[in-house]
Design a protein. Structure first.
Length: 203
């Protein structure tokens, strides 16, 4: 893909033009970005906290720093692309110049990087980083604290597989052929009643 095309795509995403939620970045507080460590089979979750002008990195392998280059590039390019589509001039929700994180800093100043500690980790002999990234993102989206102790990986894997299966079946039944055609909908909340029967799903 040509550089000009890449720049256009990134700017359109920041403006909410190319993703199902359709919300531009100046109207939200955080952006969750899964990052693949170059040359490695490992993923981490980067959370762009716009009001704090920082990137929080959630890594399921403590001490693993293979993501350093990718996160540094993201921190440096963010300001550039935000400037391109006049992000800092859009003040209908937030006046960025009044926030401490933006004071005495130019629009080209790189975002700060914070490595989050004390979160649940994967075993060193497993390839479960993708599952951890999805779980981290879900905890953060629901405004829950990420646990520091082990959690049931099999349960989370089974639940995500079931959700994806249900999502795929519903898309086929309703005739949608791409994610762009699928309108966003409120997140469903499951409340277990006294007569609810729980079963284990074997994959």
């Amino acid at each position: 893909m040509k550089v000009a095309s890449v720049e256009t795509s990134i700017c359109e995403i920041m403006q909410g033009l190319c993703i199902p939620v359709g919300i531009p970045w100046h109207l939200i507080d955080e952006v969750h970005v899964p990052i693949n460590c170059k040359g490695l089979s490992h993923w981490v979750l980067a959370v762009i906290v716009l009001k704090e002008r920082c990137i929080r990195v959630y890594d399921s392998m403590k001490g693993h720093r293979g993501h350093a280059d990718e996160i540094k590039k993201l921190a440096e390019m963010l300001s550039t692309y935000l400037t391109i589509f006049d992000f800092f001039e859009k003040k209908d929700r937030t006046d960025w110049s009044l926030l401490d994180a933006y004071k005495e800093k130019s629009n080209q100043h790189a975002f700060d990087i914070h490595i989050v500690e004390g979160i649940v980790q994967q075993s060193s002999d497993t390839l479960d980083c993708g599952l951890f990234v999805a779980t981290y993102a879900e905890f953060l989206s629901d405004r829950h604290q990420i646990p520091s102790l082990e959690f049931d990986l099999k349960k989370h894997c089974t639940r995500y597989a079931s959700l994806l299966w249900d999502y795929g079946v519903n898309k086929v039944c309703t005739g949608y052929v791409s994610d762009n055609d699928y309108l966003p909908r409120p997140k469903r909340t499951f409340i277990q009643s006294e007569d609810t029967e729980m079963i284990d799903v074997e994959l």
